[in-house]
Structure formats: C-alpha cells, structure tokens
Design a protein around this ligand. Structure first.
Ligand code: ACM
Length: 756
C-alpha cells in the first residue's frame, strides 16, 4: 500500500511539476499535458503558407530565439515538423464568440498550430514562441492547448502628446502588445500640450501645435519648468500609414484619439478662431485641465469633420476615439453664442451642450461608417445613440453604459492607469501619483458585479492607459508598462486567477528573462519591501512584507543602509519614537529590491483610536482613518497612500487618547494642487471633550493661517488636558471660476493629525 502511494506520488508530482513549468502569459484557457517532448534540432522542418504574414512573422521571431541553422540533417535522420495551419472549421471544446481561436498540438514528432483564422493562428504562434523561449534546452512538452480570448477589446493606450515617442518606439510598443495577445492600440494623438498628427488641410496644427515653449518638471505644485523648447514633434501621414500597416501585420487595431471639445489647446494655438474667446493661445506647457476648449460653432464642426476625414483615411479602425473628458464649461458659460445655442436647441445646460457636441460628431462619423468611443464624460447630458464609453473615473461609466445597451471598455484609474506608482513611491522614479502595483492590476475583473449576464455582454473589454506627463523617454515607458502589461494581458484574455496571484507572479518573473534578452527596461518593484503601520499596545509598529521569501528581508533603524548582514526581519518593528526604518530584500546575499526608507514622526495621537464622521472617497481611502495617526506624514509622491481624499466634504476626526492627555499644539497637513482639483481647507476648528459626547470648541483658524503655513499647519491651543480631541477641517467647497474643474466639488486632502 505504501509503495503504491509512493509510486502514485512520484507519477503525479511529475505531472504537477510539468504543469507549473508552462511559463505562458496569458495562460491559455485549456491545457492538456501528454507524455513526451518535442525537440527543436537541426532536423526541424517548417510547414505553412510561406507567403503569409503569420509564417514570415514566426520565422523572423524564431530565428532570433533559435539562431542555429535548421533543416540541415534531414537526409540522414527523420525530420520533425513545426506546422502553421488554418482551419476555418476549427472547433474548440468550449463556446467562444470571438475569432482568434487556435489549437496548439505538440507531440514528439510534430508541433501544429491551427488557427480558426489568421488572427487565431497569430495568437497560437505567440503561445508557441513563449514555449520555445521559456523551454529548457529546446525541449517542449507534449500537450494540447485550446485557446481563445474572453474579451474582444484588449487594449493599451499611449499618450504621445505630453511626451513624444518616435515611430520606431511606437512600433516596439505595438510589438509588446502583440507578444502578449493584446489587440488594440489606443494612440492618444492630440492634447493641450501637443498636436502630433499631420493634417494636410490644416498645416498650422503641426507647424504651431506640435511644439511648446517649455515643459513642466517635478511635482505639479512646484510649478517649475525646464525652460527648453519641446518639438516640433509629430507623425507625418506616411509614417502613420507605416505604423498602421505594422500593427495590422501583428493583428493589432489602432484606435486614434482626437480630443474634443476639451484638451484642445494645441489646436487652438494654431487656429484660435475655433475657441469662444478667439485667443490668442499658446500650446500648454504645464499639465492639467484648461478652460479654453473648442467652441461649438459651425466653423469648429467643419474643421473637426475635415480633420476626422483625414484621420479616417489613415486609420481603418471601426472606432474613432473622440476624447470628451475633462472639458470645463467656463468659456461656454461666458459665451453669448453658446447660451443662445443652448436655448435654441432646448438643451438643459452646458452639459447638454457637451452632449450636443458629441452627438453631432457621432452623426458625422456614423455617416462615414465609423463608431465613436469616448471617455466617461460623454455620458454628461445624455449618451449619443451608438457611442461606446471608455470608463476611466471608476466603473460607474461602464455600468451606466452597459445598462443602457451601450458598449463599454473598462479602464478604471485605480487598476488600469500605468502612470501610477507600482511600488513604494519613495523607491520609485517620479510618477503621476496613485498606487497600482502588479497584484492590483491582476485582481481586476472587468465585468462589474452589478451587471446581469445580458448587460455584461456590453463590456467589450479592458484597457490600460499610459499618460506621459512624467515619462520623458522610452526606457521609462518600458519601465511603467512592464510587468503590469503581463497582468493586463491575462485579465484581458480571461484566465486571470487573483486567488493564485503568487503563481502568476512566478510566471511574470520567468518572463523577465525574455525582457532582458530584448533589452527592455522593467520594474523590479515586486521584489520591494512593503511596509504597513499597525496599531500596537504602545502606539504603532511597522510590519514589513514581501511577496518573495520573507527571510530575505533585512532592516536597520539607525539610519544606515541595510545589507544582507543587517537584522533579519521577524515581526513588526515597534515605533516608540520618531525614527527611520530602512529595509531591503536579499536573495543569496544579493540585493534584489530597492532600499525602502520610511520616516516616522510620532506625537501624542500616534496609533490612537480615531473615527471619521464622513468616510474618504474610495480611491483615496488607503488605510482608512488610521492613516491620519500612523506616524507617516502625507507626502506629495504618495497621493494614494499617505493622504485621505474627500470630494466636497469636510473632515471631522475624533481621536480617543484613552486617558486624559496634555497637549498645547495640534497639527495637520492639507494639500494644495489646484490642477488636480485639490484645494486647501477653508478653516479648521479644534474641540476637546472628556466624555466623547460633549465637545467644546477651543480654537478656530481661518484660510489665511492655512495659506501662510505652506505644508504642516500648527495650531497653538494653549495648555490643554482632555481624553478626546476633535478636529474639523472645512472643505473649500465649489471650485471657483478660473481654476481647473471650476464649479465642481473641490477635493480636500488631509493627513496626519498630531498633538504635542
Ligand atoms: C483621462 O485620464 N483624463 C481620461
């Protein structure tokens, strides 16, 4: 009996072992292992339509992985075959609505990739190339894969306006998409900071709109510029044709984006007559949102139709992206023409005018046989009949679209914005903000729970976006998309299993070798140490973790850089006073991660019980109320991690000291980042109580004191002794005219409430 069990174990452990050895991304829908191996050697012959694009693509890539001259010995020994075939009647064991189905059959003698169509064959080729690339000594396990995508739209976006990337770089980007079975490239071609597509009818768009005087550098709040002219940078129509052809050969559809009615300053700098105030304007040099937008006059529509005619002639995609996001209504409110137009067309308000704008453009594009897709805000004032929504501010836009029988592509910022940090911002290159690590991308399910089965058919797929305000070169583009593109790929293909994240992470690490060979720069943030403040008996403690072997964590608390010989981390490190904890991950004495460094500033509130009357907004709620007393000061680079964000709401926080406590100063932080609609607090009031019910106001400060503080706001309250401390911080309210986001609710960002 025991021997039988042992035999059983050996047989099946071998089986499971070989299963975990398939380092494929995205993982296929169905894998059946067989016995044996196919060995690539000098007798390997290739079979397929040698003239086809897919055959040529395969041979070209194969030669890079396996540079030996093949098919030399076939006269002496029996050859083996790699066959690339098409079979339009191909059946897979499970139902799928899209093309791209393929079967990959591997035996000792033969590898067969059979595509239902050329797209399916191409995806099968990617799987085979990955198997070859990650195989050891040219041996590929015998198996059968049946595969097809879950989502029709598997997209990546690239902003070439804030920073420009060359034709060669864009082609490389498209290559990455193709390697990981993504099929849609959303090319963000126009914005406030640059117009990047040649339009023959309007030469000034590129003569004037493709360059700017200088560019913002560093954090937005610093308002610092590099003083260096940027541009002219744009793609000629010939170059665009070349890129479209290149993408087509890789079964990638390019969806061009021409932004309207907002994000149009580069166009308005060239043709100021298209704005309500008629200019003059400069191409934007700073990031953010601008009040000057296209004016909905006939001349503007004619211009946009002419531009779109040239765009459609270049891009054969079914969808044209028309932007639609972040369009302030300031100028439309001030314009007699716009107000008249609203009345004439019985529109409700300026949001109705935005809807009118989009519907006119939609009608035009529909009349040319195309469809439009736009960002969430095209929902404002009612959706045009046939539009698709790209849901970015969250998932609401996608849900609303699907519920009203409109298609949607899910790209919620919290999961799909690859301009966010992917590791601790203190150890990462400067990024836009936010925190979207690999496991977060991997955890995303594009089908919102609220949708019925029928409604969920309107979810076309998923896309990740790369905005490039803080990405100045292509190495940084690579760094920001890898390895997160792996997670996107698997979610889009429909085989992600967030509960098995670790297994996915191991596959991702195995693909680092492929990226190394290609000379691609990628983030090693998954090796980094994650720190988490936890309440402890005496205040707080700092918990360190890694997704790797926890025994590899070493740390210091004396300001020195950790080495493999520094203290090994065992359990949460007590933080009893202000200090710095530095940590890093080591494997075989080799430093694998960046060094993480965390400063703590403790006060009498640190680690105490804290409650909030109103909760922060979901995207800026990291750590909940405890974030305000965790000993970590709010930091510009860690918007999504060290601050709590409240839109249109005051912050009312009550701290329970647990016993009567003396203090004479109360402090807190708020942010000033008007470009991101974040405004300083209007006032702050300190209250005390001994029973937690009856509070007495002891000090109020106004806007002037908050403004003059520039950062940490200290309130001198005289000698106090109380069991409870309450702080009310007043939101700025509605954003005043002349600011980005005017008339919307302001954000209030608050951190660390301390008392000494
Ligand atoms: C966007 O991020 N403004 C679509």
């Amino acid at each position: 009996m025991q021997r039988f069990l042992l035999l059983f174990f050996i047989l099946f452990s071998g089986f499971f072992f070989s299963q975990t050895q398939l380092n494929l991304i995205p993982y296929p829908q169905k894998v059946e292992f067989k016995s044996g191996n196919f060995e690539i050697n000098e007798n390997t012959l290739f079979v397929g339509d040698k003239k086809s694009n897919e055959y040529k693509y395969f041979i070209n890539k194969f030669k890079k992985i396996y540079p030996k001259d093949l098919s030399k010995n076939i006269k002496k020994v029996k050859p083996n075959f790699i066959s690339l075939l098409l079979n339009k009647d191909l059946k897979i064991d499970y139902k799928r609505e899209f093309n791209s189905n393929y079967i990959l059959n591997i035996s000792d003698e033969m590898i067969m990739v059979i595509g239902k169509d050329s797209e399916g064959l191409f995806q099968g080729i990617q799987t085979l190339l990955q198997l070859i690339e990650t195989s050891k000594d040219g041996k590929i396990p015998a198996l059968e894969i049946q595969d097809s995508p879950k989502f029709a739209w598997r997209g990546m976006h690239l902003d070439v306006c804030r920073h420009f990337f060359t034709v060669e770089e864009v082609k490389q980007y498209i290559d990455y998409l193709a390697m990981y079975k993504l099929n849609t490239f959303h090319w963000h071609l126009t914005d406030d900071q640059g117009w990047r597509i040649e339009i023959k009818k309007y030469p000034k768009l590129t003569q004037i709109g493709s360059k700017r005087k200088e560019s913002m550098i560093g954090p937005y709040v610093d308002n610092t510029f590099d003083g260096k002219p940027y541009g002219p940078y744009f793609y000629t129509q010939e170059q665009i044709k070349e890129v479209v052809k290149y993408a087509k050969e890789r079964h990638v559809t390019i969806v061009p984006e021409i932004e309207m009615p907002g994000h149009a300053l580069a166009a308005l700098a060239a043709y100021p007559e298209l704005a309500c105030t008629k200019g003059p304007f400069d191409v934007a040099t700073k990031w953010g949102v601008f009040d000057d937008v296209f004016c909905p006059e006939e001349e503007t529509f004619k211009f946009l139709e002419n531009v779109l005619d040239e765009v459609m002639a270049l891009f054969p995609s079914q969808y044209i992206h028309i932007g639609g996001d972040e369009c302030p209504k300031t100028r439309w409110k001030e314009s007699a023409f716009c107000q008249d137009l609203i009345k004439k067309n019985n529109l409700k308000d300026e949001h109705g005018l935005q809807s009118y704008f989009i519907q006119r453009i939609e009608k035009y594009l529909n009349s040319k046989g195309r469809k439009i897709i736009g960002w969430d805000e095209i929902l404002e004032g009612g959706l045009a009949p046939n539009v698709a929504v790209m849901s970015w501010t969250g998932i609401k836009g996608g849900i609303e679209a699907a519920k009203s029988n409109h298609f949607a592509v899910m790209t919620p910022g919290a999961y799909c914005y690859f301009d966010h940090y992917q590791g601790d911002p203190q150890t990462e290159p400067n990024a836009f903000g936010g925190f979207t690590p690999l496991d977060k991308v991997y955890s995303y399910n594009p089908i919102p729970e609220e949708l019925t089965k029928v409604q969920s058919k309107y979810i076309l797929g998923i896309q990740a976006n790369l905005w490039t305000e803080y990405i100045t070169d292509f190495k940084q583009v690579q760094y920001m998309i890898f390895p997160r593109l792996f997670a996107l790929s698997e979610v889009a293909w429909g085989t992600s299993k967030p509960e098995n994240y670790k297994e996915f992470e191991n596959r991702a690490i195995s693909h680092f070798k492929i990226l190394d060979k290609m000379g691609v720069n990628y983030a090693r943030s998954i090796y980094n140490i994650n720190g988490k403040v936890v309440p402890s008996q005496n205040g707080i403690a700092y918990e360190l973790s890694t997704s790797q072997n926890p025994e590899g964590i070493h740390f210091t608390v004396d300001g020195s850089i950790p080495t493999a010989h520094s203290q090994t981390y065992k359990s949460a490190i007590p933080v009893l006073k202000s200090m710095v904890i530095q940590s890093a991950y080591f494997e075989n004495n080799e430093l694998k991660s960046a060094v993480s460094s965390q400063d703590f500033i403790t006060s009498k509130t640190t680690g105490k019980k804290i409650t909030l009357e109103d909760q922060p907004s979901e995207n800026y709620s990291f750590g909940g109320a405890f974030t305000l007393v965790d000993g970590i000061m709010g930091n510009q680079k860690q918007l999504g991690k060290t601050w709590l964000g409240f839109q249109g709401k005051d912050v009312v926080a009550t701290i329970d000291f647990g016993e009567k406590t003396q203090f004479s100063e109360v402090y807190f932080n708020t942010l000033d980042n008007k470009g991101s609609w974040i405004h300083l607090a209007k006032s702050a009031t300190v209250y005390i109580s001994d029973d937690g019910k009856n509070f007495k106001a002891i000090k109020e400060i106004g806007k002037d004191q908050i403004l003059s503080a520039k950062g940490k706001i200290k309130i001198n309250v005289g000698n106090q002794s109380s069991k409870y401390l309450k702080l009310k911080i007043e939101n700025a309210g509605i954003i005043p005219a002349g600011n980005p986001g005017a008339d919307s609710k302001a954000w209030l960002f608050v951190d660390e409430i301390g008392a000494n």
